[in-house]
Design a protein around this ligand. Structure first.
Ligand SMILES: Cc1cc2nc3c(=O)[nH]c(=O)nc-3n(C[C@H](O)[C@H](O)[C@H](O)COP(=O)(O)OP(=O)(O)OC[C@H]3O[C@@H](n4cnc5c(N)ncnc54)[C@H](O)[C@@H]3O)c2cc1C
Ligand SMILES: [Mg+2]
Length: 318
């Protein structure tokens, strides 16, 4: 019977795909269009690829000019500042120029390694200390104190959008849903119903297979990996995750990090930052911050998995 069936809505956003599962509703097309419209709105705020986005406007500002932002934009930047501090600077949204020269922003992938000089030159335009949020009489502003600095919110945008969609669906009276955008998943379930089973994929681009299963209810999970978004340059793998301290893409053997959190924004922020930190530091930080984290490392073609105490309760033993 139709009432029991769930429906899957799908589309494209932010250079990736979105999918929303909800219980049957007669006005599917209305919900689908609403979701796409809200995602388009978020893209207009956050995209480095759209010339007129708020991010692009900020990127064109001269130093010390103020740009008015709303509460939602204030929130995403605040989370970026918070995670930046806690991860010793590994999450750094001011590395827009660095992301561009490595070919993961709005510039083409390079055919040659960027020179040390080029990397140094571009790194001089980075650093969260050059970015500030200002609040005055309920109005919010953002500014930079060096010319040429560019922000890139790719590491937080999908989580931000998933939280946003969650509040949109709630307003529509939908109580059970699973939202996926890129590597971020948000599960919302009405109290009396069971949790939802989510798979963490094996960290390989060859075949899609399940590495482990978790159950999730009213939480988000986000996975960052160096195993999918990469290209080869002179025979070397170039990952999309860049260490802001060296200006270089990461090459260590921590290849997948999943983080469970109460908001998709936080999960999406932490996963990439922990991955860039590397196994030892990520593990220490996960324990200290009580994060629900799954770390997968690869050595001689075998995977090892470490799960933090907070992650254990989500695990389904198979
Ligand atoms: C609003 C928006 C619009 C987009 N539009 C396009 C588009 O038009 N075309 C397109 O090809 N892609 C676009 N993307 C980007 C694309 O979809 C990314 O691959 C995706 O956002 C990365 O998410 P992830 O979950 O794979 O990786 P995550 O691990 O969540 O984030 C990794 C990304 O963050 C950035 N990053 C790398 N190192 C750091 C660091 N140290 N600190 C902070 N950030 C870092 C890099 O861009 C990297 O790809 C867009 C992203 C957003 C948010
Ligand atoms: Mg992320």
């Amino acid at each position: 019977n139709e009432e029991k069936k769930s429906i899957k809505l799908k589309g494209k956003t932010m250079g990736t795909y979105w999918q929303v599962k909800i219980p049957y509703v007669p006005n599917q097309l209305h919900i689908k269009n609403l979701i796409q419209r809200k995602l388009d709105e978020d893209e207009k705020l956050l995209s480095s690829w759209k010339k007129n986005s708020l991010v692009s406007k900020f990127n064109k500002l001269k130093k010390n000019q103020l740009l008015a932002i709303d509460k939602k934009f204030f929130k995403i930047i605040s989370i970026a500042l918070k995670i930046n501090k806690k991860t010793y600077g590994k999450l750094d949204i001011t590395i827009g120029n660095l992301i561009n020269i490595w070919g993961f922003g709005n510039q083409k992938k390079p055919h040659n390694y960027p020179s040390i000089n080029k990397i140094k030159q571009v790194m001089a335009l980075t650093g969260m200390k050059h970015l500030s949020l200002i609040s005055n009489a309920n109005k919010h502003y953002i500014k930079k104190n060096i010319d040429g600095m560019k922000i890139n919110l790719s590491t937080l945008g999908e989580g931000f959008a998933a939280d946003h969609l969650s509040s949109v669906l709630k307003k529509e009276g939908i109580e059970n849903y699973t939202i996926s955008i890129g590597g971020t998943v948000l599960v919302k379930i009405k109290n009396k119903e069971n949790s939802k089973i989510i798979a963490i994929q094996k960290p390989t681009d060859k075949i899609q297979s399940i590495h482990l299963l978790i159950h999730l209810k009213n939480k988000s999970i986000s996975t960052a990996g160096t195993y999918r978004n990469y290209y080869y340059l002179k025979g070397k793998k170039i990952s999309h995750l860049i260490d802001p301290k060296t200006g270089m893409p990461v090459t260590h053997n921590l290849i997948s990090v999943s983080v469970i959190s109460s908001t998709a924004l936080e999960a999406d922020g932490w996963d990439s930052a922990l991955l860039i930190l590397g196994f030892k530091k990520a593990k220490i930080l996960a324990l200290r911050e009580n994060l629900a984290v799954c770390l997968i490392t690869k050595k001689n073609n075998t995977f090892s998995t470490w799960i933090s105490p907070c992650f254990k309760k989500f695990l389904i033993n198979t």
